[in-house]
Design a protein around this ligand. Structure first.
Ligand code: URA
Length: 212
């Protein structure tokens, strides 16, 4: 697994306003959207392309277009929905699938409660959207779900990550042949005893949507 922390002054600025406890939900949603678009630029660095023969007003040339099959963008419900528009701004022709994941309080494992994805993901590049890489359990389950269906290239876009979550995710993915990259705006200090990222930004879903 590769982790890429995007180092850019605009990312740092927007993230700081996002973290501030006084930032209200409308501002939080707008900033998250802008931030995801900046992260998407880095996250799509390896998006598959193919040659495209076109004719400009001056001459024929071979350009580049996104290859088939189209990339699949997968927001993890609920908070990943707040990242969808920001991602689709750069990949408007991508398809979108949805995954709802919840932690089973008995087994402590992430379980899928909803999914709307193509049955066959063979040869598909998938972009998984989850704002907080905290314990890593949800992302690990989502990645297994997608690779079990045949996805062969996974990029996770996260606003924030915790070192413990990255370590757990790396362990959970041991032996997986599919390349996995995590792109995030920051690697924070740690997780607290409640599983929140420190300093973090609080509960991303609540801050996006204003309800628990
Ligand atoms: N999920 C959140 O929304 N925030 C955290 O800090 C950790 C997990």
């Amino acid at each position: 697994m590769r982790t890429h922390v995007v180092d850019h002054p605009l990312v740092a600025h927007k993230l700081t306003v996002l973290r501030d406890q006084h930032t209200d939900s409308p501002t939080f949603r707008r900033l998250a959207d802008e931030l995801v678009t900046l992260l998407a630029y880095e996250a799509t660095r390896e998006v598959r392309v193919e040659p495209d023969d076109i004719v400009t007003p001056v001459a024929p040339m071979t350009g580049t277009k996104l290859a088939s099959p189209k990339p699949l963008v997968v927001p993890i419900l609920r908070a990943g929905l707040g990242m969808l528009d920001g991602m689709m701004r750069l990949l408007p022709t991508a398809e979108v699938g949805f995954l709802g994941m919840v932690r089973n309080e008995e087994t402590l494992e992430a379980a899928t409660y909803a999914e709307r994805l193509p049955d066959d993901l063979s040869g598909r590049q998938c972009y998984v959207l989850d704002p907080m890489l905290a314990t890593g359990g949800t992302l690990a389950a989502a990645i297994r779900f997608l690779t079990d269906r045949g996805a062969d290239h996974i990029t996770c876009v996260c606003l924030l990550a915790a070192p413990e979550g990255c370590d757990n995710l790396e362990r959970a993915l041991e032996g997986l042949e599919v390349p996995v990259t995590v792109v995030t705006a920051a690697m924070d200090e740690r997780l607290n005893e409640k599983g929140y990222i420190v300093p973090g930004l609080g509960d991303a879903g609540d801050r996006l949507y204003g309800v628990a």
